[in-house]
Design a protein around this ligand. Structure first.
Ligand SMILES: O=C(O)c1cc(=O)[nH]c(=O)n1[C@@H]1O[C@H](COP(=O)(O)O)[C@@H](O)[C@H]1O
Length: 278
């Protein structure tokens, strides 16, 4: 790819706003909509087209169907990229270095079978173990979102524990991504090494501004966060936040017009909340 993930993401946020449509085909929604996995997924993509610029399929909902599900995911990612979406694959990968090399060739290399822009990573085997993934992303113009502070209750047990540096584990991860984004910062563009920071959790004691990378913020809607929370938590970095929403979008389906209407409404709310605090 000729541009970096950070550059493509910035352009997309500028054009469509910060909303990312989460494609989470849960068993309940598939039953409610009365659609098979492929039709469900493409219905969501079609509804998002021209309304939101970013989509995030959650791999577990496709893995449930084994090889057939992964084929649908591959088709969906390819179609989304061809249609100009920024595609974040939510796979939360992370292992020892040699296995991460295999994950890197699966998801973050130029010849990866999955056409995606970025992937979510679980960093709890250590930052050094993630180097094959971070380097592959840099080389192929892709990006990562490392779980720093997750949206779920109880995440603080690990993420807010004090590390050997005397700060929280989450802040250490923010610092590590900040170092990865230093070159982009010198060029005055958004870096490609992002973090996940839930819209449901306080940011106190964590410096999101210095990182120069994108922030994937789940939690709006079904997990209880509101647009006011976005404005409060992400002041000073609102132009780099990607607000990912799954259930609060998908509950408006399966009618494509209702889905598109919900996406537009949430997109407007998120843009409004964040543009004042950029
Ligand atoms: O990485 C993620 O996307 C993620 C991180 C996190 O801390 N919390 C979180 O909810 N997510 C994902 O974001 C989506 C949230 O779904 P809703 O709560 O339905 O909007 C799900 O696909 C989760 O797996």
């Amino acid at each position: 790819m000729t541009s970096t993930f950070g550059e493509r993401l910035s352009r997309s946020i500028g054009k469509y706003g910060p909303l990312c449509v989460g494609i989470d085909p849960s068993p309940r929604l598939l039953a409610d909509w009365g659609l098979p996995l492929r039709d469900f997924s493409f219905t969501v993509l079609e509804a998002a087209r021209g309304v939101a610029g970013i989509v995030k399929p959650q791999i577990a909902f496709f893995e449930r169907y084994g090889g057939r599900g992964l084929l649908v995911l591959e088709e969906l990612c390819t179609a989304a990229i061809e249609q100009g979406f920024v595609v974040i694959l939510d796979a939360k990968r992370g292992d020892i270095g040699s296995t991460n090399e295999a994950y890197a060739s699966a998801y973050l290399s130029t010849d990866s079978p999955f056409a995606i822009d970025a992937i979510t990573l679980s960093p709890y085997l250590g930052v050094t173990s993630m180097l094959p993934l971070l380097d592959a992303a840099d080389q192929s113009g892709r990006g990562v979102f490392v779980l720093a502070r997750t949206s779920n209750p109880g995440g603080e047990d690990v993420q807010c524990a004090t590390s050997a540096t005397g700060q929280t584990v989450a802040q250490d991860l923010l610092d590590a991504m900040s170092r990865r984004n230093a070159e982009a910062a010198r060029r005055g563009v958004l870096g490609s090494a992002g973090v996940v920071f839930g819209a449901t959790v306080p940011t106190d004691g964590h410096d999101l501004r210095a990182m120069n990378g994108p922030i994937l913020a789940p939690g709006l809607g079904a997990q209880g966060a509101t647009p006011a929370d976005l404005a409060k938590r992400f002041a000073g970095c609102g132009d780099r936040v990607v607000v990912t929403v799954s259930r609060a979008v998908l509950e408006a389906g399966p009618d494509p017009a209702s889905l598109a209407k919900r996406i537009r409404l949430l997109s407007d709310e998120c843009r409004e909340a964040l543009e004042h605090v950029a």
